[in-house]
Write a protein that binds this ligand. Structure first.
Ligand SMILES: Cc1noc(C)c1CN(C)Cc1cc2n(n1)CCN(c1cc(N)ncn1)C2
Length: 395
């Protein structure tokens, strides 16, 4: 049985030989102009990188460099107050720079806008909605765990974060925001970095900024460096070796609920022994504190002098001059330690000698939340792709 190659050769030969002399004379020399496809990748290395990613393969650094892939970018994450209750990053939204709270626990990019009553805009920068950019028929409404929320309409506009541009990002312009956001003159809106399945735009969900830009980045990832009482960064498209020490430990993410959800397999307090227990939770930069199962929280505060679970203050408190112990979570087999001083969150009221704990129970939430108290000592890589995963390293 002749091989496919030999058959092909024969057919090719017949193609020419099969033409009679008259037909040969009829054939004029001609060329077909090639029309460049818009999506044609001019850069071979970029094409190789795209193919490797498509099939879940790691892209070697030399190919990444040759692909001069990018644009990558970095934005600062600046504490909004002295207690790191939230972090704000500058974002160019349709030509105005707004201070947005990058939130890996939600998927809406929404902002204060000139569609709101002007009384709600005092002290804010806000998005100038342009009628020609309106997404007709689209609306959004979001509520957060603390009861705050906002709602409005949708515009397609250019958004730039640290030099990385989404040319047609769904910008969710607020027509109304809750009293908590009206009282907070620092936050001009949020930039969601969870999975786009959590987006609230109707009738058609919108994509997050990261989903819109990830294929243009050198690598489909962003890395979060929140810091204790100091500015950190959100890096897009690259891993910055100067921002962490030791090894990166990766863990697979369960995306079924739209979050960066994973399971820790245990914990320890101070220099104590490790307790093996599965703790399912979400990485969430938009949540200030670290919310854990009641048994874990009780075990922790048993080691803090004067700690009590206060009805008055709605959570675990202790004397501000206590020295709470370190707290360690086991993630992907590695020990991820939170320094004790990070767990002294803030005085319960200004000037009080009673402080509110950075670790609180996840009662009523249904899962744990690894919020800023946990994150601000870590370098956390959020990698998209066929199998999204998180990478953890010590800062
Ligand atoms: C001021 C101030 N300082 O700290 C906060 C919080 C505020 C309140 N102020 C209105 C600011 C505020 C309230 C929220 N945010 N920002 C972020 C979104 N929220 C989330 C996100 C998420 N992933 N998970 C739970 N909630 C609630």
């Amino acid at each position: 049985m002749p091989s496919f190659a030999s058959l092909t050769a024969v057919l090719a030969f017949l193609g020419v030989v099969g033409a009679t002399p008259v037909e040969l004379q009829k054939r004029k020399a001609f060329s077909i102009g090639q029309v460049e496809r818009k999506t044609y990748i001019k850069n071979g290395a970029k094409s190789v990188a795209k193919t490797l990613r498509k099939y879940g393969a790691k892209v070697p650094q030399n190919i990444l460099n040759a692909a001069n892939a990018g644009p990558n970018g970095s934005a600062p994450a600046v504490p909004a107050d002295q207690y790191d209750s939230l972090y704000l990053s500058p974002v160019d939204v349709g030509g105005t720079v707004l201070q947005l709270d990058f939130d890996t626990g939600s998927a809406d990019l929404w902002c204060f806008s000139d569609l709101q009553a002007s009384s709600q805009l005092t002290g804010h920068d806000y998005y100038k909605a342009v009628a020609s950019k309106k997404v007709e028929g689209a609306s959004w409404r979001i509520s957060y765990g603390d009861g705050s929320g906002a709602s409005g309409t949708v515009y397609a506009d250019k958004v730039v974060v640290g030099g990385v541009t989404a040319t047609s990002q769904a910008v969710e312009a607020a027509t109304s925001v809750s009293t908590q956001f009206q009282a907070d003159r620092d936050t001009d809106g949020l930039l969601g970095l969870s999975f786009s399945t959590l987006n609230t735009v109707k009738p058609t969900k919108a994509k997050t900024f990261f989903d819109n830009v990830k294929d243009s980045l050198a690598e489909p990832l962003f890395a979060v460096t929140l810091k204790y009482h100091a500015p950190g960064t959100y890096d897009f498209g690259f891993i910055d070796k100067s921002k962490y020490t030791g090894e990166i430990t990766y863990i697979d993410v369960n995306t079924a609920n739209g979050w960066w959800e994973f399971t820790s397999t245990g914990y320890s307090i101070g220099n104590g022994a490790t307790t093996t227990v599965n703790i399912d939770g979400i990485g969430d930069t938009g949540t200030t504190l670290l919310y854990l199962p009641t048994a874990v929280v009780k075990a922790y505060y048993a080691k803090v002098t004067g700690a009590q679970n206060s009805n008055t203050y709605g959570g675990w408190v202790f004397p501000c001059n206590s020295a709470p112990p370190d707290f360690t979570l086991v993630i992907g087999g590695s020990k991820q330690t939170v320094p004790g001083k990070h767990i002294n969150y803030a005085p319960v009221t200004t000037g009080s000698s009673t402080c509110f704990g950075g670790i609180q129970t996840n009662d009523g939430i249904g899962f744990s939340i690894f919020g800023d108290i946990f994150l601000k000592s870590k370098y956390v890589i959020h990698e998209a792709g066929a199998k999204p995963r998180l990478g953890f390293a010590q800062q």
